[in-house]
Design a binder for this molecule. Structure first.
Ligand code: CA2
Length: 151
């Protein structure tokens, strides 16, 4: 069975509790429950982790190397600052989908650049919590397609 790691970066533990006008009312627990339901439906295994610490996220990405076939990541503000996360994603060479709740390209210019965009399969942003569900679906389709072509 395919196994996917979902990583939530800094401050995403506040989801649904602060700034609902930007990020909505859904909590991170709600998102994770929705992802688990979707994973059951798609027939994939999920591991989900949130951390506010860059190094912990790097460690989690490294640990995915022998345990998961794909990665969905919302790196939060580290998206715009972290060469370390980009290098970790490039280093494990596991297909990765970058997701964002908000449309980062419609917001402040410092959010327009993503360090990880160049090392991921694709980016989904602007659909609120649906970005996660679209991201997981896109990743699983990508992995199934890859498996099909390598037979
Ligand atoms: O839109 C996204 O998903 C972001 O990755 C969210 C980050 C932001 O720094 C990125 O530019 C775009 C911020 C996550 C913080 O989430 C909060 C949720 C509720 C209340 C406060 C922060």
């Amino acid at each position: 069975m395919l196994s996917v790691l979902v990583l939530h970066g800094p401050n995403l533990n506040l989801l649904g509790l602060r700034e609902p006008e930007i990020y909505g009312h859904t909590t991170l627990d709600d998102v994770n429950q929705g992802l688990q339901r979707q994973a059951d439906h798609l027939g994939v295994k999920l591991e989900i982790l949130q951390s506010n610490h860059e190094g912990a996220l790097v460690d989690a990405i490294h640990s995915a190397r022998n345990r998961h076939q794909g990665l969905v990541i919302n790196a939060g503000a580290y998206t715009h600052t972290s060469v370390a996360l980009r290098d970790a994603i490039a280093g494990i060479a596991i297909p990765t989908v970058e997701v964002h709740l908000s449309n980062i390209h419609r917001r402040e210019s410092f959010r327009h650049h993503s360090y990880m965009a160049a090392v991921v399969v694709g980016q989904i942003c602007g659909f609120g919590v649906n970005s996660y569900y679209l991201g997981l679906q896109a990743l699983v389709h990508h992995l199934q397609e890859q498996a099909g072509t390598s037979l």
